[in-house]
Design a binder for this molecule. Sequence first.
Ligand SMILES: [Zn+2]
Length: 337
Amino acid sequence: MGILAQIKKLDYNIFKYKYICFLIDIIFNIKLSHTGDRKEKYMQQRTIKQAVEVVGIGLHKGEPIKLRLEPLDVDAGIVFYREDLAMSIPLSPASVIDTRMATVIGDKNKGFISTIEHFLSAVYAYGIDNMRVIVNGNEMPIMDGSSISFCLLLDEAGIKKLDAPKKILRVKQVVEVQDGEKFVRLSPSKKASFDFDIKFDHPVIGEQSQSFIFSTHDFIEEIARARTFGFAKDIQYLQSQNLALGASLQNAIGLDDHKVLNPEGLRFDNEFARHKILDAMGDMMVSGHNILGSYESFAGSHNLNYQLTSKLLADSRNYELVEVETLESRAFAKSFA
Ligand SMILES: [Zn+2]
């Protein structure tokens, strides 16, 4: 065979090879797009697939509150909306107006929304970046006093990935707020972790700890069902002041001086410490983004958490708002279901 003929044969073989590769590529891509498994180039921003609604009792007024969640587009953020007042409240530490009993956002004169932290804990866990949160009253429904109903609501809505990279707040240096022996602290870390210690002079609570390395799955298993708690004598006083009118053993762990009052008992031995982590995750989400860092606290509160996110964001040396893909480690991206 002459050189010319050999080259022609080689050309033909290369052509055949390229043609087969082309066909394989097409078949493979069709299969991937059918199964929805096409590999993401980057971790995308998230909203919900469809609007969902739920009605529940408000803790303070004891009246029914309708909660509706609607999808929002890229970079819209989490936006609360008082339907009865036609008032938008963006999620940010700057919107926080009270932290004594719960985390409250809004404007003292125009209107507010109370007890956002249990809902926001689920928002953190599902990695939702953009969503409208509509209520027709001044508080979120308390549901069963934990986050699990909000997780189920987000499951019903479904997660929609948007065509833009997800941004998170990466903690760059230690930020801490102290009040006597109480403290809350954020430190740089490749994973989002939460460590909480509490100490109550009460036979059921006493000293409790919980450590939690975040993943959506583990949040649902270990944290989301932990309920808020209250002491019967405090509830009686609050109700005499026309507060906590909706509080009952259906939406909180109730305690007298000696024991748990709920007939079903506790969901976890250290349900109190777990609920403190649930609160902390919700309060960190008030920053408007998932925070990547290690959170630690002894006897922290909504007020200390609020001071912590405010202090974090007050100095640009403390944090950076980064796309998840620019992180060295994939651990954080992988922790979201
Ligand atoms: Zn709580």
